[in-house]
Design a protein around this ligand. Structure first.
Ligand code: SAM
Length: 206
């Protein structure tokens, strides 16, 4: 498949706020995992090839990154993947059905380190409200960051809520997840001797 053919196969042209039917998009009723901001797609491409009974939706805002991911996707091993180019904010609630996602993966989200830019961070209570709605009962959010201040910010946000439970006693761990797949950013930061913080938060039924 050339790039245009891959676009036609993997990329959902989802410009509207119409709700996605995962059954019609993937052609099956398997569970769906969502990755946000997958960058160059290392995690998406490898995990989807090994978890063939799970569907994977990637939402990434940059067209250049979408192209890089498309180049890596293989029509034989990644038939369970679809991509959407879109900026993730509360509006994703319109396109993603309630209780439809098993796991959300967000690796090395932009840290917006300056205090005046903290409002631009993806992790805010209003997006956690949306994550709670789209996750299935017991669904999980897996996060990693190399930015200690952002790790604290994320842990603090979740700890103040009753509807999510952190799975690490200290909020985060510096030991990678089981079956971990290092992303481009993680490898870069490790080469720069940065510590990586891993977090898992599970949706709790109240
Ligand atoms: C620092 S990079 C990390 C990429 C990859 N996850 C990794 O670990 O190598 C952040 C990525 O998130 C994407 N991104 C940032 N904000 C986003 C948003 N609100 N919605 C979708 N993608 C976003 C960027 O385009 C970029 O590819």
């Amino acid at each position: 498949m050339n790039l245009e053919e891959k676009k036609a196969y993997f990329l959902l042209d989802w410009k509207t706020d119409e709700q996605i039917s995962f059954e019609s998009v993937f052609g099956n009723s398997n569970l769906v995992d969502l990755e946000i901001g997958g960058g160059r797609g290392e995690f998406l491409v490898q995990r989807s090839a090994s978890l063939t009974d799970t569907n994977f939706l990637e939402i990434e805002v940059k067209g250049k990154r979408i192209k890089t991911i498309l180049r890596k996707l293989d029509p034989v091993h990644n038939t369970n993947v679809r991509l959407i180019r879109r900026f993730v904010d509360e509006s994703i609630r319109k396109i993603l059905p309630a209780a439809s996602i098993r796991r959300i993966y967000i690796f090395h989200p932009d840290p917006w380190p300056k205090r005046k830019h903290h409002k631009k961070r993806l992790f805010q209570n209003r997006i956690l409200d949306i994550f709670k709605e789209i996750l299935v009962p017991g669904g999980e959010i897996l996060v990693s960051t190399d930015h200690p201040g952002y790790a604290d910010w994320i842990v603090d946000l979740f700890q103040k809520r009753k509807d999510f439970q952190g799975l690490y006693p200290d909020g985060y761990s510096t030991i990678p997840f089981t079956d971990h797949i290092p992303t481009y950013f993680e490898c870069k930061k490790r080469d720069e001797q940065e510590k990586i913080f891993y977090m898992i938060f599970r949706k709790v039924e109240l």
